[in-house]
Design a protein around this ligand. Structure first.
Ligand code: HEM
Length: 380
């Protein structure tokens, strides 16, 4: 936060040479403006840390980009693939997953409630979203540990180890190739993959199965790490700020606003754009190939928009945060993410009551594309 503040005052769209070079806007208005110029700022390679050169140039990557439509698509392909997903994430559609989410949370808590402690990251937060996504995709719950490791390998561990990242990117893709082939052979399921396979593209043809593979891949990569990071950050906050935990227990009507403040304050996601056509913005002449990091976390701490932005205010009145992004790529899964946060956090607080994070020193955080606690010792 002090670094963003310094940059905002001195150099609001800073440039760094790290990771092949990138621009980093720190002001809310600039992040919003760049998000709303997709004709210049492409999403074809939205990874913060670029993939190794060889992988970026492989045949599949050229044909399907980062292969996770709509997040990695531009223009017409983005519009129709997003349109296919949205009905599955509307408020009534996600409400259908509430009972299952509650059941998952209760089962997890049953497993540790008598012990008086839990790792809030690995033992709770990380366990919830993979199960919900497996349920949504019609995949067996017993694949959950695989899902968790695959996503961490791609988004976290693989940032230092490109081979690991490439290996698990292919593992995920091949897993969904097999799942898609199975659903095509056995149609009629009520899961998302089956539904996408019965949909048509703008030419009226069945959606290319490889696009369905990419969309299923995206559910895993966009829906798991992001949400468990948000749940974990909120548990970290409540376990280190007893006055906020106390207020939520005494005034449960504060929950919806508190969830928005967790999202704003701890915003887990940063994305990237690649400049496709020359454009001048904020005094910078961007040229094709330049990379821009969509600093949603930094925007959410801009004092021009948020009063006292570096203070967590549980009942903040105005909170137009961009934790879910802005413009055409704004998170398609935000209703599901909010539902999972709501159920996971309320159930934990209702059943566990008073709890604390043992020593913040022992907490470890992942950073990069998605930021959140990875070790979170909680006692109660
Ligand atoms: C708290 C949890 C979450 C956060 C903070 C989050 C954040 C984001 C952000 C910032 C973007 C914009 C990406 C960009 O501008 O390039 C995005 C896009 C997206 N998210 Fe989420 N997300 C979360 C959970 C989910 C879940 C649970 C799902 C679905 C299961 C999901 C599905 C998507 C999809 C499909 C997109 C791409 C939309 C498009 O390109 O049109 N997200 N998310």
């Amino acid at each position: 936060m002090p670094i963003w503040k310094d940059l905002r005052d001195r150099c609001p769209i800073a440039h760094s040479d790290r990771h092949e070079g990138s621009y980093l806007p720190t002001k809310y208005a600039d992040v919003q403006a760049i998000a709303k110029m997709p004709e210049h700022f492409s999403s074809r390679d939205p990874l913060v840390v670029p993939l190794p050169e060889g992988v970026r140039n492989d045949k599949n990557f050229e044909k399907y980009g980062a292969n996770a439509p709509p997040i990695s698509s531009d223009g017409a392909e983005h519009a129709w693939t997003r349109r296919l997903l949205l009905p599955h994430f509307s408020p009534p559609a996600v409400e259908k997953h509430r009972a299952y989410t509650e059941d998952v949370c209760h089962r997890l808590i049953d497993g540790f409630i008598d012990s008086g402690h839990v790792d809030g990251a690995t033992g709770y937060a990380q366990q919830i979203p993979p199960r919900i996504i497996a349920h949504l995709l019609g995949v067996d719950e017993d694949r959950v540990d695989d899902f968790t490791y695959w996503v961490r390998a791609v988004l976290e561990l693989g940032l230092q180890e490109p081979e690991l990242r490439v290996k698990y990117r292919d593992v995920i893709r091949n897993f969904f190739r097999e799942t898609v082939a199975d659903r095509r052979a056995n149609p009629g399921g009520d899961d998302l993959i089956s539904a996408l396979l019965t949909a048509t593209d703008p030419d009226g043809n069945p959606v290319d199965p490889e696009i369905v593979v990419g969309m299923a891949n995206l559910q895993l990569v966009a829906g798991i790490d992001t949400t468990w990071s948000s749940i974990g950050s909120a548990l970290f906050h409540l376990g280190t700020n007893p006055e906020d935990l106390e207020r939520l227990r005494a005034e449960p009507e504060l929950w919806p606003g508190a969830i928005e403040e967790f999202l704003r304050f701890y915003s887990p996601v940063t994305m990237a754009r690649v400049v496709d056509s020359p454009v001048t913005y904020g005094g910078i002449d961007f040229v094709p190939g330049d990379k821009v990091l969509m600093n949603f976390p930094g925007a959410n701490h801009d004092p021009d928009v948020f009063e006292d932005p570096d203070t967590f205010i549980i009942d903040r009145a105005e909170n137009r945060h961009v934790a879910f992004g802005a413009g055409i790529h704004r998170c398609a899964g935000s209703n599901l993410a909010r539902l999972e946060m709501d159920v996971a956090l309320r159930t934990f607080v209702d059943r566990i009551g008073d709890f604390s994070v043992q020593t913040p020193i022992e907490v470890s955080w992942a950073s990069g594309q998605v930021r959140g606690p990875r070790i979170l010792p909680i006692t109660f």
